[in-house]
Design a protein around this ligand. Structure first.
Ligand SMILES: NC(=O)c1ccc[n+]([C@@H]2O[C@H](COP(=O)([O-])OP(=O)(O)OC[C@H]3O[C@@H](n4cnc5c(N)ncnc54)[C@H](O)[C@@H]3O)[C@@H](O)[C@H]2O)c1
Length: 301
């Protein structure tokens, strides 16, 4: 749905800021994009394609005025985010709602020093933000209920599926689950139980394809909770439960094996293979979403 009445500012023009701005313009929201790095802004402008003309790109964080909302999507670092949020708050009207796209830093840690923390909340989008439907909406101790309701109304108007958490916990819901899965994956690699491509194949073509159709709890209902309990009884003592990141992950990052952007992570990547993978993934995600929606409609009838 087009909504030409809304005005928004996205602070941070990196991976997420760019797709957030894409999402807004696609829905007719008047958007400004701010980043302190002019090169990042230029890359963001180029990635925006034809929509770029409708967007104001600027290095000036003094956004001013009374946009309906500002989303900070800067580097995942609590002190940087605190400074950015303080600066945003100093510049905009008291009525502007301020959101953070943090992946899991507790919302109070970022916003509790604000003048009006009641207007601050977490809206955790997923990459690419213009395609993936879910947004975790995370209020914290100061957030007013009306602010949560307003944010959800706007998110729905942007075609999103807001999912409100009752309580803010580090990592929210999705990243807690993602990290629990990855802790076990890295442990299996470290123990030499399975090779990288076999692990990916097992997860993608078993649990992965099923979860595109059903959430984990619905999936367990379909399988039978008694069976799940029987497995849980013998398995949990053997699962990885360490309290620090895997040595394998520390080693890779220390070696510069940062993933596709660095040419090597678990796999080798070239600029071409990375770009092709990303382009194909956008198209494939749209197909998966259509199939998931059809499946849900089938369940309702
Ligand atoms: N990448 C993902 O998949 C993903 C998914 C969901 C949420 N997030 C969250 O979104 C946020 C942004 O992540 P990203 O992946 O886009 O990071 P990124 O590194 O691609 O972009 C961050 C941008 O913030 C800019 N920045 C830093 N300090 C600034 C300041 N003071 N003022 C203005 N701009 C500033 C940087 O120049 C950079 O362009 C993080 O909080 C991250 O955890 C990321």
């Amino acid at each position: 749905m087009q909504d030409n009445s809304l005005q928004a500012v996205v602070v941070g023009a990196g991976t997420m800021g760019t797709t957030l701005a894409k999402l807004m313009t696609a829905h007719g929201v008047k958007v400004s994009v701010v980043d302190t790095n002019p090169q990042v802004l230029e890359t963001s402008r180029l990635r925006m394609g034809a929509n770029a003309d409708a967007i104001c790109f600027t290095t000036e964080l003094a956004v001013g005025g009374s946009p309906d909302f500002v989303i900070e999507s800067v580097t995942e670092n609590v002190s940087i985010k605190q400074k950015v949020v303080a600066q945003i708050e100093a510049d905009v009207a008291d009525s502007t709602i301020i959101m953070t796209n943090t992946s899991g830093i507790p919302i109070d840690d970022i916003g509790s020093a604000m003048r009006i923390p009641q207007r601050f909340l977490g809206t955790h989008f997923f990459n690419p933000a213009d395609i993936v439907p879910t947004v975790e909406v995370v209020p914290d101790s100061h957030t007013e209920a009306s602010v949560v309701e307003q944010a959800c109304r706007w998110l729905k108007r942007l075609g999103k599926r807001p999912a409100v958490l009752n309580t803010c916990v580090p990592g929210f819901v999705a990243n807690r689950i993602q990290h629990a899965v990855m802790r076990e994956c890295l442990s299996l690699l470290e123990k030499g139980v399975v090779e990288v491509d076999a692990l990916d194949d097992i997860v993608q073509y078993s649990i992965g394809i099923r979860m595109a159709l059903n959430g984990p709890l619905c999936q367990r209902d379909l399988n039978g909770l008694d069976t799940h309990l029987n497995i849980a009884r013998y398995l949990y003592t053997d699962l990885d439960a360490r309290q620090e990141p895997a040595a394998l992950l520390e080693d890779y990052v220390a070696q510069g094996r940062l993933g596709a952007k660095a040419g090597r992570g678990f796999y080798h990547w070239s600029d071409g293979s990375y770009a092709q993978h990303q382009a194909q993934e956008r198209e494939s995600l749209q197909c998966i979403l259509e199939i998931a929606a059809q499946h849900s409609r089938g369940n309702e009838s």
